[in-house]
Design a protein around this ligand. Structure first.
Ligand SMILES: Cc1cc2nc3c(=O)[nH]c(=O)nc-3n(C[C@H](O)[C@H](O)[C@H](O)COP(=O)(O)OP(=O)(O)OC[C@H]3O[C@@H](n4cnc5c(N)ncnc54)[C@H](O)[C@@H]3O)c2cc1C
Length: 422
């Protein structure tokens, strides 16, 4: 293949596909992105926009199953599992439950820490180098607590995060908090400020990246759904030469499956089970209230997040394990508003610009899968980024580029491999 520019087909136009295309294009590959709907319109569109090195802890932590069961008794719970017989869900939940111990928590956290640190630096670099319009701001992130007990309890987690990862928050008891962030009500117990975090407007980032990629010669094919790989010669070959799509065949030398929560649908194509569950979350986007928070914040006891953008304001969160359910549950959206009312003087502002849901691609260890497929040597999977796909977009793109270009990876590839999930 010497001398010929290699063709890479990236399947999926979310943040993972976009960052992968960015690095491969920079490396001189001829890149095509195949997107079944519109570029950037799925889970990467309406998320909370946090680029969060603070979020090293996985979802599976000691005690989380008990807390989730208790909170599900309440109609107002931010967490919900739709009762149904789905073997892959129950296997996933069992493996998740087995990881709710300190050792496994720290093991996932170490990997996430490496990924998040690298990604943060790469974002800063790209946004500066490319002058990307995405409303990037480095203002930190507040973990806000309504009750004193919960507020004080977090100091143990903070000490552990500092000792293990050098990630620590500044304590802001009520009076300091209101001075720091006048949008918060004075009766709120306090908050912890993670100064390391930044935020951006993800829908704007994806629009800007699409334009940048197209200007650099990347082909973006929307309304084009991947269906299957075309093996070289016979059906048992270890190389794919093309993919079948709803718009016909597309040839390439390499393929990257960056199809987010929908990736398990292609298990038979890649030759192994893909343990990803869709974790549905919602957001509401609106104009900025006149007393708008300056800093993004998470109301930890209600699991609701607020993001003030330069051009708007978003309330997001909730976690439903309800399969590929496309309905918008009004109670969930009301829950977002009601939670914000507890903490903020002006919790929302009319008119609502959009009500949105997305399926987070959740693995049970909260670490993405970035690896060659077992079936084809020239096809890769980059999926399963859970609650932090935006934060981990850049590091994922760089890792895929390193794997395809045969370079040594800047993070040990075994940590994000299929084989760790056995
Ligand atoms: C409420 C909420 C808030 C969140 N907040 C944050 C946050 O603050 N920070 C953070 O880091 N993360 C956050 N996340 C998580 C983050 O949004 C996801 O992890 C991330 O968007 C996943 O990106 P992706 O590219 O893997 O998937 P997607 O964005 O879903 O992209 C996958 C793409 O593949 C396409 N596709 C699927 N099948 C095919 C096919 N057969 N052919 C062609 N194309 C196909 C889809 O149409 C889609 O466009 C949040 C998520 C939610 C729901």
């Amino acid at each position: 293949m010497k001398g010929k520019t290699e063709n890479v087909c990236v399947i999926g136009g979310g943040i993972i596909g976009a960052c992968t295309a960015y690095f491969l294009n920079q490396a001189g590959k001829n890149v095509t992105v195949v997107e079944q709907s519109k570029f950037g319109a799925a889970c990467s569109a309406g998320n909370c926009g946090y680029i969060s090195p603070s979020h090293v802890l996985p979802i599976a932590v000691p005690g989380v199953v008990g807390q989730a069961m208790k909170s599900m008794m309440s109609r107002k719970s931010p967490f919900y599992i739709k009762p149904r017989f789905d073997l892959s869900l129950w296997k996933w939940l069992y493996k998740f439950w087995r990881r709710c111990n300190r050792r496994d928590m720290l093991q996932s956290a170490r990997v996430k820490h490496e990924l998040l640190q690298s990604s943060f630096q790469l974002y800063k670099q790209m946004i500066e180098d490319e002058n990307l319009a995405c409303e990037w701001e480095h203002r930190g992130l507040l973990f806000v607590y309504q009750d004193t007990d919960h507020f004080e309890e977090f100091s143990q987690t903070n000490e552990m995060l500092n000792a293990e990862f050098g990630v620590a928050a500044r304590k802001l008891p009520s009076r300091d908090l209101v001075e720091f962030e006048p949008a918060i009500k004075p009766e709120i117990a306090g908050a912890w400020l993670f100064e390391c975090d930044a935020h951006l407007r993800s829908d704007r980032l994806l629009d800007s990246m699409k334009k940048l990629l197209e200007d650099r010669g990347v082909r973006v094919l929307e309304d084009t759904a991947f269906q299957s790989f075309v093996p070289e010669g016979n059906s048992r070959a270890h190389r794919a030469v093309a993919i079948n799509t709803s718009q016909g065949e597309i040839d390439a030398d390499y393929f990257v499956l960056a199809t987010g929560a929908l990736t398990p649908r292609f298990a038979h194509e890649v030759g192994c089970h893909i343990p990803i569950q869709p974790g549905k979350g919602y957001s509401i986007t609106m104009p900025r209230p006149s007393l708008c928070p300056q800093t993004p914040m998470i109301f930890e006891q209600h699991r609701v997040a607020i993001t003030p953008f330069q051009s708007g304001y978003r309330i997001g969160s909730t976690m439903e394990l309800a399969g590929y359910d496309e309905s918008i549950n009004r109670e969930r959206l009301d829950l977002l508003r009601e939670s914000a009312e507890i903490y903020l003087h002006q919790p929302y502002c009319d008119p609502v610009e959009s009500e949105w849901f997305g399926w987070r691609p959740l693995t049970y260890d909260d670490v993405p899968i970035i690896d060659q497929t077992p079936r084809y040597k020239n096809a890769y999977v980059a999926a399963g980024h859970g609650m932090l796909g935006l934060s981990m977009g850049m590091v994922t793109g760089k890792l895929v580029k390193e794997m395809i270009c045969g370079e040594s990876t800047h993070i040990d590839r075994k940590l994000v491999s299929f084989s760790r999930l056995k």
